[in-house]
Design a protein around this ligand. Sequence first.
Ligand code: UFG
Length: 330
Amino acid sequence: MKVLLTGGAGYVGSHAGWVLARNGHDVWVFDDLSYGHRAAAPAGRLVEGNLMDGDLLVDVMKSKGIEAVMHFAAFAYVGESVTDPGKYYQNNVVGTLSLLDAMRTAGVDKIVFSSTCATYGVPEIVPITEQEKQAPINPYGYTKLVMERVMADYAHAYGLGYAALRYFNASGAASDGSIGEDHDPETHLIPLVLDVALGKRKEILIFGDDYPTPDGTCIRDYIHVEDLADAHILALEKITPGAGLHLNLGTGAGASVQEVIQACREVTGCDIAARVVDRRPGDPPMLVADASLARKTLGWEPKFVGIKPIVESAWGWHKAHPEGYGDRGK
Ligand code: UFG
């Protein structure tokens, strides 16, 4: 299929593009490079533009014969969404509305949307099923929940077909070492721990060890980006006009902050210094997916299960690219 990836120069988007291309799809990337990396987009396939430029979106979709969109372009810093919600509602909500309306104009009626476990807030029951109440505790989670709702209404009224994929903690890197994780600023646990192994940071700060978990640190469900990418391709094949899929994407296996750090020590062979500090506001103690619906609906099976193979994959990228894509400040 001819697929347009908004945010296809970003972390998850670039890996989806990589897997799509490997599976014979025709990939185009639409990205304003505000957070993405030129080198992460497939050569000759990047259109630089902002989601608010509806005319450009329509032009790209029509001229490239786009049949479906995968929408990764979003701001995703939970803390920043609290201090600057306007930025998040503008880009994640208004920008996505602009995209959906451009799709209508161009006659493109399929979208795979990057949603998040942050739409659940602090879940009552873990592992989390799709039936769990969606009650975000930050603006970032709300922007994604609002767009799930908008897509349901567009499906009903305009015949849009969509898949809202609720990611747990995306991690790891492409198996050929060509692309990986490079955020600026970096806030995610695994790359920060690996920065300590690389000597780029003195220590890793553990945000709280007094949570109601076995070792007192927060538990998350780390899901490899290639597994996420596979699920996107399978979801694309299952989308039907006028209907939506809502699926959790996780492995169902949780790892605590302490377990992640320990796995990083074993994989890198480095003695990684860690220090416990106060809790980070807004961190739920435990987020683990019940992803049985995605398995059943898509016939999807994550290949990376357990924290060690995921850390090994991430380490391969970080060790070979200690400065990421090396385009900071450009
Ligand atoms: N953590 C630390 N020290 C650090 C960084 C993180 O202890 O220096 C802890 C966090 O407190 C958390 C865990 O490591 O318990 C994972 O933190 P990340 O920042 O890597 O990931 P989050 O679980 O906070 O965030 C992820 C996605 C978000 C999404 C969110 C939903 O990155 O986009 O899950 O809760 F919104």
